[in-house]
Design a protein around this ligand. Structure first.
Ligand SMILES: [Zn+2]
Length: 63
């Protein structure tokens, strides 16, 4: 009974990988910059880059 889906991302999302700088399948949100200036800085990475760079998806990161 809890709706906690905030990301809006499905498990499989095609998007821009900010690490290898190309479109990739299954990207995850890694970092969300909430600075006041400029457009929202959301960086996504594909699974290979997550593994390669030892990244932690934003949704799986403890506060
Ligand atoms: Zn990548």
């Amino acid at each position: 009974m809890s709706a906690t889906a905030e990301t809006g991302d499905g498990l499989r999302a095609i998007g821009w990988c900010a690490w290898h700088k190309d479109i990739a399948d299954g990207v995850r949100v890694i970092q969300v910059d909430e600075q006041g200036s400029g457009p929202g800085g959301v960086r996504r990475a594909c699974q290979p880059c997550i593994n390669k760079h030892d990244l932690v998806p934003f949704a799986e990161r403890p506060l």
